[in-house]
Design a protein around this ligand. Structure first.
Ligand SMILES: [Mn+2]
Length: 319
C-alpha cells in the first residue's frame, strides 16, 4: 500500500543512507533537472554518494548547470534510497521506476503536481508549491546542509523555469523568500533567464515562424502543431519546439492554448496552458497525463489530426 509522508518523515529518510539514487522525469524541464541536480549536490556536500539519472534526452539549454552530463539513463543498483522528483506518475520515469528493482529499500517521490497519483511506495507531495525546487530547498534546509552557489543555481533554475520567471499565479511570497536565499548563496536570476528563456537556435526561430503562422483559434482555444516533417525540414533534432506554448497563450483572444508535437515514435505530445480562472489539469489527467491548472500535458496516440480532435473536444468542455 502506497503511503503519504509528512515533511519530517520524508526528511528523515535521507539521514541514514550513504548511497542514494535520484531520477528526473522524461521530457525533462528545468524544474526536474534543477531539483534533481540541486538535491544531488546538496547530498554530496554531506558525504553521500549520489547517482542522478534521466531516461530521456536532456536539452543543452541546461548545460550551464554543473552535473548535467551525469543525467544518463540508469536504473537503481546498490543504492539504499531511491528518490523520484517532480513527476506525477510512475510512467514519467521510464525504466528507472521498476518495482522489481526496489526490494526492501525506501522509494520516495517528491512532487508538487495537483494530479500526483501517489505512485511511489512513499510520497511527499506539496501541490501549493510553484516548483519542485522549492520543496527540495526545504529538504536541504531541514537536513542542515549549507547552501553553496552550485546548489543554489540548480534550485533557482527550477523555480524560475516552472514559474516562468516568477509570473505564474502559484508564485508565492515564500517562492520569493526562497529565491532570495538562493541569490544570497550565489545564484543569479540573469544567468538562468539568459540561458533558458532568451536563447534559441536560428532553425528553432524559423520553425516558430511556420508554426505560429498556421496557429488556429477555436472559440477561445488557440492551438498549433509541430509535425516530424516540420522538425526535419528545419533541421531540428531535439527540443527545438521548447517554449513555444507560452507564446501561444500570449494571444489576447485565447484563454487556453494547446501545442501538439509529433514525436519520433508517432506519439503526440500535447502541452496546454490556461489563463488564471481556467484549469487544464483535469483534461490532461483524463487524457492520461498530468500537470497543474495553468500548465499541463499528456502523451497521446497519433496521428496529429485525431489527437488534436480528441484534445479540443475535451478543452471545449472547460472554456
Ligand atoms: Mn515542476
Amino acid at each position: 500500500m502506497n503511503q503519504t509522508l509528512t515533511f519530517d518523515q520524508a526528511v528523515n529518510l535521507f539521514k541514514e543512507p550513504h548511497r542514494i539514487f535520484i531520477a528526473a522525469h522524461i521530457m525533462p524541464d528545468g524544474d526536474c533537472i534543477g531539483s534533481a541536480l540541486g538535491l544531488t549536490w546538496a547530498l554530496r556536500k554531506i558525504g553521500k554518494t549520489v547517482t542522478v539519472t534521466c531516461h530521456d534526452h536532456v536539452s543543452e539549454s541546461f548545460a550551464f548547470l554543473p552535473g548535467l552530463k551525469e543525467l544518463s539513463a540508469q536504473v537503481p543498483t546498490d543504492e539504499e534510497l531511491l528518490v523520484f522528483v517532480d513527476g506525477s506518475s510512475a510512467d514519467r520515469y521510464g525504466a528507472a521506476f521498476d518495482p522489481k528493482l526496489f526490494g526492501a529499500r525506501p522509494v520516495l517521490a517528491i512532487d508538487h503536481h495537483a494530479t500526483n497519483e501517489n505512485f511511489a511506495p512513499l510520497n511527499f507531495v506539496d501541490a501549493t508549491r510553484g516548483s519542485c525546487a522549492e520543496i527540495i530547498f526545504r529538504f536541504v534546509r531541514a537536513l542542515d546542509i549549507p547552501l553553496d552557489a552550485t546548489i543554489a543555481q540548480c534550485l533557482l533554475t527550477g523555480i524560475i523555469t516552472d514559474t516562468l520567471g516568477f509570473r505564474t499565479s502559484n508564485t508565492s511570497p515564500d517562492t520569493l523568500r526562497i529565491a532570495s536565499a538562493l541569490i544570497e548563496a550565489g545564484a543569479t536570476i540573469g544567468g538562468v533567464v539568459e540561458q533558458v528563456f532568451n536563447q534559441y537556435s536560428l532553425p528553432s526561430l524559423r520553425l516558430r515562424g511556420k508554426v505560429f503562422s498556421a496557429a488556429q483559434l477555436d472559440g477561445n482555444i488557440l492551438w498549433a502543431e509541430v509535425s516530424q516533417k516540420d522538425l526535419r525540414d528545419f533541421g531540428i533534432t531535439n527540443n527545438g519546439a521548447g517554449g513555444m506554448i507560452n507564446a501561444l497563450l500570449g494571444v489576447d483572444a485565447a484563454q487556453i492554448a494547446a501545442l501538439f508535437t509529433e514525436k519520433e515514435s508517432g506519439k503526440i505530445d500535447v502541452s496546454m496552458r490556461a489563463r488564471p480562472g481556467y484549469d487544464v489539469s483535469g483534461v490532461a489527467a483524463r487524457l492520461g497525463g498530468g500537470g497543474h491548472k495553468q500548465a499541463a500535458g499528456a502523451l497521446l496516440d497519433g496521428p496529429l489530426t485525431s489527437a488534436r480532435e480528441r484534445v479540443l473536444a475535451e478543452l471545449r468542455k472547460v472554456v
